[in-house]
Ligand binder design. Structure first.
Ligand SMILES: [Zn+2]
Length: 372
């Protein structure tokens, strides 16, 4: 499953860097919370997949003053992600027991898009989810890369069949999280130095290079851009740097064109690390209201909670080192120096932007005045 593997790759990478980092990290870990300053910005992980409620998770959220946007996904190619209801039930349980530290991002099945009454069915379901507290709606890369119409054409995110659904989401002041396309390396010949090389080696079924019949990445992103253009009242957060992971200039162009567009960093922080430090830093400062922190971490019902949380903590620690400090560390054989973003920008990346782009995210927490 692509999601799991991207998450796992990111997680193992984080672990490896921390291990290779220094003895100091280990020592500090025993004496104080390793991501203490991370907690001080009231972090929001705006892109995570947690399908297992536990007391340890609740304690972790409290301890780190952390808020999650827990995202459900429908993908008929995966046994777990195929079953929307089971997944929704797990995620709703995580949200319910989180002491207002988690919010739900729901989704809908697009597979029956040619059936009569499709958009009404979806709107009914989404409205129920909104009434139950969902703050966002995920659309997924099966649009563009998998689903075809009766004539064999690939269904894209800007198809008119979705128009009333987007209007409903905007009318409820909810936000779309759009995971469309794949990393560019999916369309390129195998390259051992690519961040995704191992992933596509293990998942040939998702490797666009070996599927010349699939649409190009440019075509999929052009459809995403039309969606932004045609729905100016709809807020859209592009997951995974909006699939423009290779060059922040490409993201900047969209930000200039579409005021209703932001991106999250989920599973793509390493792609930022590989770009010139000054350029990324300038981009994050110039567009400080448009980038949201997220991990894409995944905890399945059968995940070992203790190990999972340790892994997640490592990701948070490494990302914090990159965004908040000017420490130099090694990533995949390259030296990376942290961006040391100004405190106000850091706070927007980790907290304020999620509050702006996902209205209602903290409503429950503040009304309960839990102080956590
Ligand atoms: Zn994800």
């Amino acid at each position: 499953m692509k999601l799991l593997s991207f998450c796992m790759v990111a997680a193992f990478a984080a672990c490896a860097v921390l291990t290779a980092g220094s003895q100091q990290a280990t020592v500090a870990h025993d004496k104080q919370p390793p991501i203490h300053s991370f907690a001080s910005v009231d972090p929001i992980d705006a892109h995570i997949h947690i399908y297992k409620q536990s007391a340890a998770l609740s304690a972790f959220l409290n301890h780190n003053r952390l808020h999650l946007i827990d995202i459900v996904v429908i993908d008929d190619r995966d046994p777990f992600y195929k079953d929307f209801q089971a997944q929704l039930t797990e995620a709703e349980e995580v949200v319910r027991s989180s002491n207002a530290h988690a919010s739900l991002c729901t989704t809908f099945s697009p597979y029956d898009f040619e059936e009569p009454g499709f958009s009404q069915r979806v709107i009914r379901q989404l409205d129920e989810n909104f009434a139950d507290g969902a703050i966002a709606v995920k659309i997924y890369k099966t649009l563009g890369l998998e689903i075809r119409n009766k004539n064999g054409m690939y269904l894209t995110a800007d198809d008119p069949v979705f128009k009333p659904i987007y209007e409903d989401i905007a009318a409820h002041n909810r936000t779309v999280i759009a995971h469309l396309a794949e990393p560019t390396s999916s369309w390129q010949a195998p390259n051992p130095s690519s961040l995704d090389y191992e992933y596509y080696k293990g998942h040939p079924g998702e490797y666009a290079y070996t599927h010349p019949e699939w649409p190009t990445k440019e075509a999929i992103l052009a459809a995403r851009d039309r969606l932004l253009e045609e729905n100016p009242k709809l807020r859209v957060v592009g997951a995974h740097l909006g699939s423009m992971e290779l060059d922040v200039d490409e993201i900047a162009k969209r930000f200039d064109r579409y005021p209703n567009f932001a991106v999250d960093t989920a599973a793509r922080v390493p792609y930022l690390m590989l770009q010139p430090r000054g350029k990324v830093r300038d981009f994050l400062i110039k567009y400080q209201d448009r980038v949201l922190y997220g991990t894409d971490f995944e905890m399945m019902p059968n995940t070992d909670v203790k190990k999972g949380l340790a892994m997640l903590e490592n990701i948070y620690a490494q990302d914090w080192k990159y965004f908040a400090t000017d420490e130099t560390f090694e990533y995949k054989g390259r030296k990376v120096t942290g961006l040391k973003l100004p405190a106000s920008v850091l706070r927007k990346l980790y907290h304020d932007n999620a509050v702006q782009w996902f209205p209602g995210i903290l409503a429950k927490q503040s009304s309960e005045a839990s102080g956590n």
